[in-house]
Design a protein around this ligand. Structure first.
Ligand code: NAD
Length: 453
């Protein structure tokens, strides 16, 4: 079916108002959850074929998050979708004030490849919960996943409500020409800009979930065992191909040797070998070659082995890195971990502030002042103190970037709001209105106006 037919039919279906019915939304969410559960094995198989991501990681970092999101809405949808009563100012009395949560309409979700289920299905869950129709354009890179998502959604839901559009850049470019009521994009800042420009032509509101270089800082007060364990997990999960992975490590000089020693021990213990169930391959040869190009062999203190046949790249740590090195000039998005030692905490915070606003930041410390400084001085999307990645798992925290790392957010109630219009309505009585706002204007009316306003 061509995209124009899909778009027009979704518009028509949205205008039939069926998606506004809360029971209809709930039934759709339940059906989606059942569909994913029934087909879980196929979802595991497809992702393994595409980039050798194992079952445990796929459940933990993809399906589990989608199921949680569905469960959140099954539990909270009634409350979220009801008009909210808010205070009514004295100047508006007698009357009352409400916020109505209107669905935006016909929405488009464009996904990135690295968490191909979560990054398309979680926003779709929010879009459904908020009462919209939805077209998903998954990334074309994991192609088995793209075909499977299209098969599952397109065979089980009417295309005038939910639809998966397959394709790459030409297809996305075509989709971007339609006047959607919302575009939700996950991907690189470069393509984010293309999407934003296309959306601006039709005044389409956007949410952009982008990337960038997210720092991890370890100070000398940190629990180094905990820091090493959580950094290794957060950095090398999904083969380092995580938008919020710690991109590089800033460690206080006095503890660098000890921290790196523990990190190496943890890496040896876990053994991220070629073909290990818990270690994901690089998505394609282009990214594999790009990552190899970022490695300066003279600085490698751990790892560096690779296999172009299986697109395996061993966790690789580079020490004595400077801000001028190539590896510090772009988002790494792979299992290469550059280390920069620092003496002055304020100076490295300033380095971060001087760069693009990161999607995430992580600080390992027991020092309250260091924590307060990071949180009050540095602007970043979200992050953790004494952990990595885990902020993304909470339905009670908005997930999104700032500046170069994104616009807007989602997850739980925040996703509902992202796909809703908050319609403000004042309802007045037909009695009891003071006369002061109507001409003729007098000094007495002005006196009352100033008092009441
Ligand atoms: P990408 O920007 O290359 O592609 C994302 C989507 O845009 C794909 O569906 C692709 O088909 C489409 N696309 C690519 N080029 C296009 C063009 N010229 N015109 C129109 N559409 C185009 O990103 P990617 O390689 O899939 O993902 C990696 C990037 O995504 C990294 O920067 C990463 O940090 C970021 N990311 C961000 C988040 C987040 O939640 N903030 C999550 C995952 C990935």
């Amino acid at each position: 079916m061509d995209f124009n037919t899909i778009f027009q039919s979704q518009k028509q279906f949205f205008n039939s108002h069926q998606t506004k019915n809360v029971d209809f939304r709930r039934e759709t969410l339940l059906k989606l959850k059942d569909l994913l559960k029934i087909n879980e094995e196929r979802l595991y198989e497809a992702i393994y074929k595409d980039f050798r991501k194992g079952r445990f990681d796929t459940f933990l970092t993809e399906l589990n998050l989608v199921y949680n999101e569905i469960d959140f809405f099954l539990k909270n949808l009634d409350k979220l979708s009801k008009p909210k009563n808010v205070k009514t100012a004295l100047s508006l009395q007698p009357g009352n004030s409400h916020i109505y949560y209107d669905p935006l309409g016909v929405t488009l979700i464009i996904g990135a490849w690295n968490y191909p289920y979560q990054l398309t299905l979680s926003p779709m869950v929010s879009a459904i919960a908020a009462g919209n129709t939805c077209t998903i354009k998954p990334s074309e890179l994991p192609e088995n996943i793209m075909h499977l998502l299209a098969e599952l959604i397109n065979n089980n839901f009417p295309s005038n409500y939910l639809y998966v559009a397959e394709g790459g850049i030409p297809e996305t470019t075509e989709l971007l020409k339609f006047r959607f009521d919302k575009i939700f994009f996950t991907g690189s800042p470069k393509v984010g800009q293309i999407v934003y420009e296309a959306a601006a032509k039709n005044l389409v509101p956007v949410t952009l979930e982008l990337g960038g270089k997210s720092p991890a800082i370890v100070t000398e007060t940190a629990d180094l065992e905990v820091a090493a364990k959580r950094l290794v997990w957060g950095k090398f999960l999904n083969g380092g191909q995580t938008c919020i992975a710690p991109d590089y490590l800033l460690v206080q000089e006095s503890v660098k040797g000890k921290l790196l020693q523990i990190i190496k021990e943890k890496l040896n213990e876990i053994s991220y070998s070629d073909g290990a169930e818990h270690y994901t391959s690089i998505i394609n040869k282009r990214n594999f070659d790009r990552l190899i190009g970022l490695i300066d062999e003279s600085k490698v203190i751990y790892g560096g082995k690779s296999n172009p046949e299986t697109l395996y790249l061993e966790p690789t740590i580079m020490d004595h890195v400077t801000w001028e090195d190539n590896v510090m000039k772009e988002e790494i998005f792979g299992p290469v971990f550059p280390v920069i030692a620092y003496k002055d905490y304020d100076e490295i915070l300033q380095q971060i502030i001087d760069g693009e606003k990161p999607l995430a930041a992580y600080l390992f410390t027991k020092n309250e002042e260091e924590k307060e400084k990071l949180l009050s001085l540095v602007s970043f999307g979200g992050g953790c103190i004494n952990d990595t990645l885990m902020h993304i798992t909470s339905d009670y925290l908005p997930f999104g970037g700032i500046g170069n790392s994104g616009i807007g957010n989602y997850h739980g109630e925040f996703g509902f709001l992202t796909f809703s219009h908050q319609k403000s309505v004042i309802e007045k009585t037909n009695w009891g209105e003071p006369n002061w706002k109507y001409p003729p204007y007098t000094d007495k009316k002005m006196h009352w106006l100033k008092k009441v306003m």
